[in-house]
Design a protein around this ligand. Structure first.
Ligand SMILES: [Zn+2]
Length: 81
């Protein structure tokens, strides 16, 4: 799969990838996959889509990313918006 474009988080400057959830909401995802992530990026109908992987299928995987909402030190501000 081609590299996804990254962008600096407006709050903490971390590199994130903007994707759309299956419910059609935009969501920032950490640029780098990491252990403990549960978000899979995939292209659906030409749209980069963030699919949340069920917890029982996440264990030990290093190809999944974390939602930046979870990781961002400024996340409280995001939620208030
Ligand atoms: Zn951030």
């Amino acid at each position: 799969m081609a590299e996804h474009p990254t962008e600096a988080c407006r709050s903490c400057k971390a590199e994130v990838i903007w994707a759309v959830t299956e419910r059609g909401k935009t969501m920032p995802v950490n640029a780098e996959p990491e252990l403990g992530g549960n978000v899979k990026l995939t292209e659906l109908y030409g749209q980069l889509t963030a699919v949340v992987v069920p917890a029982k299928r996440v264990f030990g995987r290093t190809d999944l990313r974390k939602s930046h909402f979870v990781d961002c030190p400024e996340a409280a501000q995001w939620r208030r918006r």
